[in-house]
Design a binder for this molecule. Structure first.
Ligand SMILES: Cc1ncc(COP(=O)(O)O)c(C=O)c1O
Length: 377
């Protein structure tokens, strides 16, 4: 396939060049109706790129196949048979995946450390969870993805379970053995869904943990906004094999999703895929080297310790730098608040003894320029 193409970006470009006069949403009409004080903060470009899909990016019947083509390119890039874009984050994608495997009152094996979006999916759908405990790391006070033996025991005890949902990587970067778990699921003829919300970048570098589609999972959900270069809420779910019907999966997404997806999500997903196919290895090699050098600098600082997980988990995402701050007699929460207030450094995950810094293709040694954009009243 021609990965130099970016169908959504091309459609946006064409929409602009043809100078359409829309009488469709969004009502801001590509920024023309927006309060200048809003433009002052957000810039006009963000509104210019916010175009309706139906009779905007594509025609009334979507005959140009703009989104479809972009999804095919994504599937090809990450070795999936099908890829579906979602503008509602992995929160929606995991629900679509769960509902395509099990229905109300049917059972699904779900780990106890699943994200709240999985739990809300269970509540809304009436799917009955067969809980599987993650591996408890008593020394580090952390839950890692469960092993394949436990999955086998559960399928033997609950043969009517329709499939399994696995969460890997965790927010700490620890990964389960997707291949071994997929093999067990398939022995029982059941599909494996992998909530790989933290793993969108994994297909693009060999030094990263195995990617779900390569490791034999049936459905894999990612949040590209977490570790890739797409805007917040950008998610892709992927499918391969014949245990889950692509039409059913798409129909579940249709049932749950918005009828007004933003082109900002589609366009940035499309552009990120092109970037990763063309330059991903180079960009991620640089990010991996930076994470490694940062690790050794932090390890030398008194009171700080960079956690390693070798031997405890199947694999680990080295782009997550997990720092134990307990040697400073403070919690991770205090460290995070202090870093934001005093160093203008923001972190995602923190807990009672740790902070986690996530490195991506965008992480550099340079501090971003501070912007002096101010609203005029
Ligand atoms: C494991 C996991 N799954 C799903 C989600 C939901 O992803 P999103 O924020 O893209 O909706 C998250 C979010 O943090 C997550 O950590």
């Amino acid at each position: 396939m021609d990965h130099s193409r970016a169908p959504v970006l091309e459609a946006l470009q064409e929409f602009r060049e043809r100078g359409y006069v829309p009488f469709t949403p969004p009502g801001h009409r590509q920024g023309r109706g927006v309060d200048p004080r809003v433009l002052d903060v957000l810039g006009r470009e963000v509104f210019e790129a916010d175009v309706i899909a139906l009779n905007g990016l594509d025609d009334r019947l979507m005959r140009g196949g703009v989104i479809e083509h972009a999804q095919e390119l994504m599937a090809d890039a990450v070795h999936a048979e099908h890829a579906f874009f979602s503008t509602c984050g992995s929160s929606l994608s995991v629900k679509s995946a769960m509902l395509s495997v099990a229905g109300p009152h049917e059972k699904l094996i779900v780990p106890r450390h699943a994200h709240k979006s999985v739990v809300s999916g269970l509540i809304l759908s009436g799917v009955c969870p067969v809980w599987i405990s993650p591996d408890w790391d008593a020394e580090r006070h952390l839950a890692h993805p469960p092993g394949a033996d436990r999955v086998r025991e559960l399928f033997e005890a609950e043969p009517e379970a329709k499939g399994m949902l696995l969460v890997t990587p965790t927010d700490y970067g620890t990964c389960g053995d997707i291949r071994a778990i997929a093999d067990v699921c398939h022995e029982f003829g059941k599909p494996l869904i992998v909530d790989e919300a933290w793993g969108a970048h994994l297909p693009f570098h060999d030094d990263l943990p195995p990617w779900g589609m390569d490791a034999g999972a049936d459905v894999v959900v990612t949040s590209v906004h977490k570790s890739g270069a797409a805007v917040e809420q950008s998610s892709v779910f992927h499918l391969q094999g014949d245990l889950v019907d692509p039409k059913a999966l798409k129909a579940r997404e249709d049932l749950l999703g918005t009828t007004s997806p933003t082109s900002l999500v589609y366009a940035t997903l499309d552009g990120w895929r092109r970037q990763m196919v063309q330059h991903g290895e180079l960009l991620l090699t640089a990010a991996l080297a930076l994470a490694e050098s940062t690790r050794s600098v932090i390890e030398r600082l008194p009171g700080l310790h960079v956690m390693e997980f070798g031997g405890l988990v199947h694999s680990f995402d080295p782009l997550k730098v997990v720092i134990d701050v307990s040697g400073l007699d403070i919690s991770g929460y205090q460290a995070t608040d202090w870093l934001r207030e005093h160093q203008r450094v923001t972190l995602g995950l923190s807990d009672h003894r740790r902070i986690v810094a996530q490195f991506t293709q965008a992480t550099t040694t340079a501090r971003p320029r501070s912007s002096s954009r101010r609203c005029e009243r």
